[in-house]
Design a protein around this ligand. Sequence first.
Ligand SMILES: Cc1cc2nc3c(=O)[nH]c(=O)nc-3n(C[C@H](O)[C@H](O)[C@H](O)COP(=O)(O)OP(=O)(O)OC[C@H]3O[C@@H](n4cnc5c(N)ncnc54)[C@H](O)[C@@H]3O)c2cc1C
Length: 507
Amino acid sequence: MDTTVLIIGAGPVGMTLAHKLTAYGCKVRIIDKNQGPTKLSKALVIWQRTLEVLDSTFDARRLIDHEHAYDVHGVLFQTPTEKLGEVDLKNSEGELPTGIFIPQSATEQVIVEKLKEQGVEIERGNELVSFEQSDDTVVSLIKDQNGETHSITSSWIVGADGAHSQVRHGLKLPFEGNTIERRWLLADISIAEEQNPHFMQAYFSEEGLVGFFPIGQNRWRVIIDGGEAERKGAPSQAEIQTILRTRAGNKWKIEESFWLSEFIINERIVPQYQVGRVFLAGDAAHVHSPAGGQGMNTGMQDAMNLAWKLALAQNAKDHHPLLKTYHEERHLIGERVVAETSQMIHMAMVHHPLVRRLREFAMRHITRTKWFNQTMKPKVSEIDLSYRRQELAQSAPRTKGRLRAGDRLPDEIENNAYIYRQLKHTGATLLVSGIAETELPKILGGNESNLPLKIVAISADGTLAEQLDLKHGGIAMIRPDSYIGAISRNMGELNDWLKTNHLAPST
Ligand SMILES: Cc1cc2nc3c(=O)[nH]c(=O)nc-3n(C[C@H](O)[C@H](O)[C@H](O)COP(=O)(O)OP(=O)(O)OC[C@H]3O[C@@H](n4cnc5c(N)ncnc54)[C@H](O)[C@@H]3O)c2cc1C
């Protein structure tokens, strides 16, 4: 065996997976056919949920405090002549911001540096050609930059190789969905007049949508609905400037353009995230419209869901049952993201005058309601995601609190500090109320591959105990990705759940 896990693709998803697996003590190799990380701005937002889950092993401040990063404060909806409304995205629940604007090139650079510190070398100039899996191993055929081929044998491979995934092709999986037959334009520009870099801005007009996303230093990403026109190749700066004047008024005078491109939108997802010893994650598994900036975030969260499960399964003789929960939990989220971003983009594409007027009326009025702002913030920042209805949570003891197994643990104050500070380690956490520490297990796992279980006492009178239904004592097991694994009244109940899911330490 050359390695436990072989990751194909060192984009943000593959690198996040390599980081987490290494932090959890799992042997990993990562290859990429390119010579270096992307230099393009591509995905511009990292949302709170991605930052939170990264933060346990990777100080999210490295991204939040980056010289090119800005906290997200909101979205402005406008016509060329008036402001329609505003979504407030400031003051997130917890210690981390609702989101940050940061170019993907900077995000990738920060993760590359972290991998270097962990001693993980990305094997660049190495392309996966094909692979073959048996009951015990996967043998991958790799072509290096000189055209020479060699093989790598691993227990698992993960295809994080982007939208044109060779791993997905190798599995012969369909990429189900559709293409929106429409021309979209992209321009990264700098502008003469300073604009607030904490807000996205969307302009709606008769001619179509224009969206502005801050990249910092007076630079902006512009996304333009080019209508049903044929694709004509990259637009010129003059073409973009004319569109901006017509659809967004006079304040967007271009000084310089850095990237001009056209693209089409695909909305697709694979039916299976796992086939035997092969997994798919990120764009290899799902692609969709850039509305809401969810693409890279969803992919990085795929990686963080899979990492701790692979780490626990690494020495299993047979297929570890935990691994199938990756598809169960993440495919549903992928479907939701594809559907919701599709709704958003179709709403933005409306051209019928009556429907447009209705949309403007709705934006003027709904954005002023408390309900709208309270719903939008957890949705866009992805902190409302839950695995409550999936098998791992369903097998946990039934409880009656507001928080249940499968939900995200909120970043509440406990003992005068945010609880997520207690989750900064490389394992799972037991939040304990009124139970003697000596009764509690110290590790999670059952196949000679274990993760530490950190024990944190919480107050029976506190907010967390109330929400977790632990006022009268009990334990909440928080998974390494900070979702609630199980809530139980006593150690017996928790042990039963751990054993059912092969998470109990072997005796
Ligand atoms: C032009 C453009 C603009 C975008 N804008 C946005 C945006 O505004 N917001 C947003 O959320 N998302 C945006 N995205 C999407 C976002 O960039 C992706 O969601 C994100 O990069 C997905 O990460 P990934 O790691 O899954 O795949 P990728 O970033 O595509 O990385 C895949 C990696 O795999 C490597 N690879 C591929 N095949 C092989 C092989 N056979 N062997 C070895 N290595 C291989 C590639 O070289 C690459 O490094 C944009 C994408 C593009 C192309």
